[in-house]
Design a protein around this ligand. Structure first.
Ligand SMILES: NC(=O)c1ccc[n+]([C@@H]2O[C@H](COP(=O)([O-])OP(=O)(O)OC[C@H]3O[C@@H](n4cnc5c(N)ncnc54)[C@H](O)[C@@H]3O)[C@@H](O)[C@H]2O)c1
Ligand SMILES: N[C@@H](CCC=O)C(=O)O
Length: 539
């Protein structure tokens, strides 16, 4: 099947400069959304289900501001959603790729146009992203997922076997039999959408359990998909208690796959549940999970100090360090550290943190009370720890919002918990190594953390870059050279990590989409043999 659509290109990032039309539109949308309280129901087979049992969605940077009420799906609703998905499956899986792609390409165009600021504003208010962080996520990345996935799906469909004379072979890329359970994180609106949409594009039906704290933006994605023409029941939206929803979904004989992004601990639990139910399932479920990280930045003595400091600051503190890719442990040689530290402290002193609707802010708040308490717990311990030095930040303030300032901590022990545990907040820990210990530091970086998601090396000496790239080949699924470890772009840097960071199925690439198909090989013979004996046997 050939792709008649043009090749995808990355959605350009709007500037939001003062006086720009996009800035005015976003401001207006922010005002409108902060003044409303959205009812957020489950969507099952196209029907809105309001259970009446609700959980509020609040703005992390202004926790008294209620933006929505999420109606919780109970296990009966989950069962209804699975039934609706399975009922939608025969028709949806009979649609051609071209017909399915048309829905998602229309969604991309709507999002690039009239829907852009609706989704950006919801992401800013509900998940405390600045305008830029929302734009690269809920607008550009989601549009890119929608468009590039179509292109990748055609590339998969084009992979066909040889056909010898008199025989015609083909591979049919069938969707999985059953439903895919998509469980999504709070921190990227685009990831939420993609985890539900990618299997659907390949012809699957989906049960989507969003993160409670991202329910507002994720619900808008459902509305967007409906406007784009997604038939009822293809994606069913079931916000609710994670354990209850999962218990129902992961027990169902028609579970065909899990598409997860979130913490390692939760994925471990889900994997265990699937494992203990394995003989119940009609097929072996595909398990795709992109999980936690403890992402490193390693500077070599030849590195440019300003580039290292800028990579660290953006990598560690953008979106309050709540990117799975965020720089959270750094290794800087003693000769470079004074210059890197000076520059970092100068820059950190200028960072504005606060209400993301104020476009001069660089940082908003962390997502919720639980995250605030977890991060503040690390900071409280660090404040009492004589073995570490807090150079900046180090104490949160939750009076208005869940604010944790950009925090820079120097450790003496490279195996300090601050260097090993995923904190998922704006906390950067630095270990200063002796310049002569470069080789040993490469081993240290590789062996310190159980994760292997992202990492970066800064150097101007080519030999050092090549040495680090080889020594750290298993330490990160996304490896950056002279750049921050965040900000992967769909179609340019397929994303995912190995070890305890996930199954590394590379979101935003054909590798991921291949997990959502079950190929059937068909051989057709033009003139079938009519005698069993082979010719040579008659001699
Ligand atoms: N590797 C990646 O691509 C990637 C991308 C984004 C986020 N992350 C990771 O996600 C984490 C942050 O996101 P989060 O706080 O939303 O993660 P989380 O694991 O707390 O939640 C993820 C999803 O799992 C659900 N969940 C929670 N407990 C569950 C349970 N017992 N059973 C089933 N589902 C459950 C949540 O409701 C949510 O929908 C970090 O660890 C981060 O590194 C990884
Ligand atoms: N793809 C994003 C990270 C997603 C995880 O949170 C990045 O590359 O920064």
């Amino acid at each position: 099947m050939s792709n008649k659509y043009p090749n995808a290109i990355n959605e350009p990032i709007f500037s939001y400069l003062a006086g720009s039309p996009e800035r005015a539109a976003l401001k207006a949308e922010l005002e409108a959304q902060r003044a409303a309280v959205r009812e957020i129901p489950a969507i099952v087979g196209g029907q809105r289900l309001f259970s009446g049992v609700t959980v509020p969605v609040t703005a992390p940077h202004e926790h008294q501001l209620v933006l929505g009420k999420v109606h919780q799906a109970d296990s009966a609703v989950v069962q209804q959603a699975i039934d609706a998905a399975l009922a939608a499956q025969p028709q949806w899986s009979s649609w051609t790729l071209e017909q399915r792609a048309a829905v998602f390409l229309k969604a991309a165009d709507l999002l690039a146009g009239p829907w852009r600021q609706r989704l950006n504003a919801a992401t800013m208010l509900g998940q405390s992203k600045t305008a830029y962080q929302a734009e690269i996520d809920s607008a550009c990345e989601l549009i890119d997922f929608l468009r590039f996935n179509v292109q990748f799906a055609y590339e998969i469909a084009a992979q066909q076997p040889l056909s010898a004379a008199g025989i015609r072979n083909r591979l049919e890329y069938r969707p999985l039999e059953g439903f895919v359970y998509a469980v999504t994180p709070f921190n990227f609106t685009a990831i939420g959408g993609n985890l539900a949409v990618a299997p659907a594009l390949m012809g699957n039906v989906v049960l989507w359990k969003p993160a409670a704290t991202a329910a507002l933006s994720n619900y808008l994605i459902m509305e967007l998909l409906e406007e784009a023409g997604l038939p009822p029941g293809v994606i069913n939206f079931v916000p609710g208690d994670a354990q209850a929803v999962s218990a129902a979904a992961l027990n169902h004989p028609s579970l065909a796959g899990v598409h997860f992004t979130g913490s390692t601990a939760v994925f471990d639990t889900m994997w265990g549940q699937v494992g203990s139910n394995v003989s119940k399932f009609r097929s072996y479920p595909r398990l795709v999970g992109e999980t936690g990280g403890k992402d490193f930045v390693l500077a070599h003595a030849s590195a440019d100090a300003a580039a290292v400091a800028t990579g660290l600051l953006r990598g560690a503190f953008e979106y309050q360090g709540q990117k799975c890719s965020a720089a959270s442990r750094a290794y800087v040689p003693a000769s470079l550290w004074p210059a890197v530290k000076e520059r970092l402290l100068q820059d950190i002193a200028t960072i504005r943190m606060g209400d993301v609707a104020d476009f001069s802010t660089f940082m908003g708040a962390v997502i919720d009370r639980r995250a605030y308490d977890r991060i503040e717990g690390y900071l409280a311990k660090a404040r009492d720890d004589q073995s570490v030095t807090i150079h900046a930040g180090g104490r949160g303030d939750d009076s208005i919002g869940y604010f944790i300032p950009p925090t820079l901590i120097e450790v003496q022990d490279p195996h300090h918990p601050l260097m090993e545990n995923e904190i998922f907040g704006p906390v950067l820990s630095v270990y200063v190594y002796a310049d002569a210990e470069w080789d040993a530091t490469l081993k240290l970086v590789d062996s310190t953390s159980p994760y292997a998601l992202t990492g970066a090396v800064f150097a101007t000496e080519r030999a050092a870059l090549e040495q680090a790239s080889y020594a750290l080949r298993n330490a990160a699924g996304n490896f950056y050279v002279n750049d921050k470890p965040t900000g992967a772009v769909v179609g340019q840097q397929p994303f995912g990590g190995a070890r305890r960071s996930g199954t590394n199925d590379k979101a935003g690439s054909a590798l991921n989409l291949q997990r959502w198909v079950s190929p059937r090989t068909v051989k057709e013979t033009s003139v079938p043999p009519r005698e069993y004996a082979y010719a040579y046997m008659s001699n």
